[in-house]
Design a protein around this ligand. Structure first.
Ligand SMILES: C[S@@+](CC[C@H](N)C(=O)[O-])C[C@H]1O[C@@H](n2cnc3c(N)ncnc32)[C@H](O)[C@@H]1O
Length: 251
């Protein structure tokens, strides 16, 4: 059972009582959000997968643009270790895995997406055997400096951003930095907004450009490109996202 109910989480965030929380309570807050998100995708994952069933040409081009940047980061390599974080029903993972120099790992929190989609895609041969792992982006089961690139499309915003506290989005960004090689690439698409927490069906956290700059500099990332874009999401077709391309600094 989650420590905090969705209503309690909402109250804690709105009233900023988390400011007085011990590290243990902050971790319980993070875990409660994870369980709530997992539960939400258990209930709505099939609908999500049917809405985003086909990968649009825009998404395909975006994945190919990202992988071209990854190849440019170290042109001498023949293969690049790429991690898809919060891979969901796996259509993006399939396109990433199909890129000619990519060795893909895909992590996913939701039981439903992991068992019913990612493992099935492995069985069908659309994802390589052993590609999918049921794992948490807040605490990743990888050695430091393992990956050339991380692709994280609309997953980061399922955790909270509580500045100065090493949980949620801050922890995830430090995990991304830890598991990336120096010079490694990170792609983020995440909900844009004035740092509001939205409960809706699951938790959503919006971020401003300023917060993204802070998160990047605290975790040894250089922002290569950052822009707001519009796409389908929690606020319908006009949902605003922050699209960010980052590079892990060499020093
Ligand atoms: C909106 S879906 C995006 C799925 C996929 N990346 C896509 O673009 O189609 C967000 C995904 O992030 C996953 N997720 C949420 N919190 C996570 C966590 N702590 N660790 C790993 N995955 C997580 C959810 O289970 C869900 O599959």
């Amino acid at each position: 059972m989650p420590k905090y109910t969705p209503e309690q989480i909402e109250e804690i965030l709105a009233g900023e009582s988390w400011l007085g929380f011990s590290m243990d309570r902050l971790r319980e807050l993070e875990t409660s959000i994870k369980e709530y998100v997992d539960d939400g995708y258990g209930l709505m994952g099939a609908e999500y997968a049917s809405v985003f069933d086909e990968l649009s040409d825009v998404s395909k081009n975006q994945i190919e643009y990202f992988t071209s940047k990854v190849y440019e980061s170290d042109p001498a390599k023949h293969r690049y270790q790429v991690l898809d974080v919060g891979a969901g029903h796996g259509t993006r993972a399939v396109h990433l895995a199909a890129q000619d120099k990519v060795n893909l790992k895909a992590i996913e929190l939701s039981d439903y997406f992991y068992a019913r989609h990612l493992l099935e895609l492995e069985k069908e041969g659309l994802l390589p055997f052993g590609c999918a792992m049921k794992a948490d982006m807040c605490d990743m089961p990888f050695e430091s400096a393992t990956f050339d690139a991380i692709y994280c499309n609309t997953a980061l915003h399922h955790q909270v951003y509580l500045p100065g506290k090493n949980i949620g989005i801050e922890k995830i960004m430090s995990e991304f930095s830890r598991v990336l090689l120096k010079g490694g690439k990170l792609y983020l698409l995440t909900l844009y907004g004035d740092e509001t927490h939205f409960r809706l069906q699951r938790f959503f956290q919006s971020l401003t450009e300023e917060s993204m700059k802070r998160l990047a500099s605290r975790n040894s990332f250089k922002i290569d490109e950052m822009k707001q874009i519009e796409g389908y999401g929690v606020f319908g077709p006009k949902t605003r996202y922050l699209e960010v391309y980052l590079t892990k600094r060499n020093v």
